[in-house]
Design a protein around this ligand. Structure first.
Ligand code: EPU
Length: 438
């Protein structure tokens, strides 16, 4: 097993380029299952463990996939096996995203029910309920969701809880259904807009993505299409914190700034200067696409003269502050002046990093879903253990600012969602390396 070793105290500087969004690429790859013929080409796909998992999942179904750098070419006309086995689903819950497309195109699916998760219970009852409302017969047998249907039927579905992958799954189920489906209290995340844009390129009729009410009119068939994955707003936010916590000066390129308002506002209030570069200064034209919310831009990030100030953070569905940035914001606030209150409203157990940060000298108290963070003058390096993807990013960020050496084990969590994280940080001047554990 590998560890990341970081010696804190270096001010980061230079440029970093943000990769494609993991949480967009996963549903986009699942959506290629809907194409009856042709080869879909996805660009800007990040090189991540979770992407490898979904590729293996589709290949197991018979899809033919080739990969060159950030481009994936996927042919799904030959898919014949509608199964998602436990061995893959247990390593990545987002595997559930194949359920909607399989039910839509083939009227059958056998998908392992995801088990427990480190950050919360994370049930998929709303995915199942929605499919049942569309006419599917669903049972759970031997740990598998077994779905059967003729052609799915359009339905009026109201989500009790806003769910990102639930909205994506039912949107993909509805595109080939008979009639109109209305998804109410739908998630509004930019990744949903990205998925809807791709589905429209495949021939789907979707309106209202990005709002709480999405209307989908089913069509007879979808065809393969070419698409570019939006940049990763969580990776961009993580590098903003890296610049701020190290007291550095970093240009972050291909950051989807329009999709990051809540994060940018909070980080600015904490004390970071976040300034978009003018198009003349932003020389990477290739990465620009004229698609508003989903476009990447270059932004300069450093710490303001007044230092870091305490602030309250409450995680919420988009457009609120994302739970996937909670640990990173917390790490920044451990070094801010004053007391911050962080409320985690999405997942019931997403404070595992707190106990590791305490070992690094942070002053944090947890009461239920609230963490009270009292700023300290400095953190000190320590051996720490990653518990989930975003927690691991937070611990590396803490290591950048800590005195001495931090050794983070269980790096595989980080590799699920950050492409070459330590390489990008090293290129910005961090003293960081990956080592093989004994
Ligand atoms: N929920 C239900 N029933 C359901 C579905 C969800 O009760 O059927 C609850 C969950 O338990 C949770 C809340 O609804 O309390 C929201 O969960 P959601 O379904 O939105 O989460 P998700 O779709 O499983 C995605 C991201 C997560 C991100 C969350 C919240 C992907 C592949 N994953 O998960 O990303 O934290 O939305 O924004 O898009 C990560 O990248 O590190 C990550 C965990």
């Amino acid at each position: 097993m590998e560890s990341i070793v970081v010696r804190g105290g270096r001010k980061l500087s230079g440029e970093v380029i943000i990769d494609g969004a993991k949480n967009s690429a996963l549903p986009l790859i699942a959506a290629t299952l809907l194409a009856e013929n042709g080869c879909s080409r996805l660009d800007n796909v990040p090189d991540l463990r979770d992407i490898n998992t979904i590729i293996r999942l589709l290949e197991g179904m018979g899809a033919v996939i080739s990969r060159q750098g950030g481009r994936l070419e996927i042919t799904t006309s030959v898919v014949g096996n509608c199964q998602a086995p436990y061995e893959l689903v247990k390593t990545m819950r987002a595997s559930i995203l194949v359920l909607g497309p399989l039910m839509a195109r083939f009227g059958e699916a056998r998908v392992s029910l995801p088990g427990g998760c480190a950050i919360g219970a994370r049930p998929v009852n709303l995915h199942i309920k929605g499919l049942e409302m569309m006419g599917a017969r669903i049972s759970v047998e031997h740990g598998y969701i077994i779905g059967q249907a003729g052609r799915l039927k359009g339905a009026d579905i109201n989500f009790d809880v806003t769910t990102v992958t639930g909205t994506e799954n039912l949107m993909m189920a509805a595109v080939l259904a008979d009639g109109v489906t209305v998804l109410r209290n739908a998630a509004r995340e930019p990744e949903i807009v990205d998925l809807a844009s791709f589905l429209r390129k495949m021939g789907a009729q979707i309106e209202g993505d990005g709002t709480h009410t999405i209307t989908i009119t089913g069509v007879e068939k979808l065809l393969a299409a070419d698409y570019q994955v939006m940049p990763d707003r969580i990776e961009a936010g993580t590098f903003m914190v890296a610049a701020g916590i190290s007291d550095g000066d970093v240009v972050i390129k291909n950051a989807p700034l329009a999709a990051m308002a809540a994060v940018v506002t909070k980080l600015q209030e904490i004390g970071l200067l976040i300034e978009p570069l003018s198009p003349e200064e932003d020389d990477d034209d290739e990465l620009h696409e004229d698609n508003g919310l989903l476009a990447g831009v270059a932004v300069r990030v450093r710490r303001g003269l007044d230092g870091l100030k305490a602030l309250d953070v409450r995680t919420m569905p988009y457009p609120g502050f994302p739970t996937d940035m909670q640990s990173q914001a917390m790490v920044l606030l451990t070094l801010a002046e004053g007391t911050s209150v962080i409320s985690e409203t999405i997942f019931e157990n997403r404070f595992m990093h707190v106990f590791e940060l305490q070992r690094m000298g942070a002053d944090i108290e947890v009461e239920g879903r609230t963490a009270i963070v009292r700023g300290v003058a400095a953190l000190s390096g320590a051996p720490v253990m990653a518990s989930d993807l975003r927690a691991s990013a937070g611990l590396v960020l803490a290591g950048l600012a800590a005195e001495g050496e931090t050794v983070m084990s269980r790096v595989y969590h980080l590799d699920r969602g950050y492409a070459g994280f330590e390489k990008k940080l090293k290129a910005l001047g961090a003293d960081i390396k990956r080592v093989e554990e004994n």
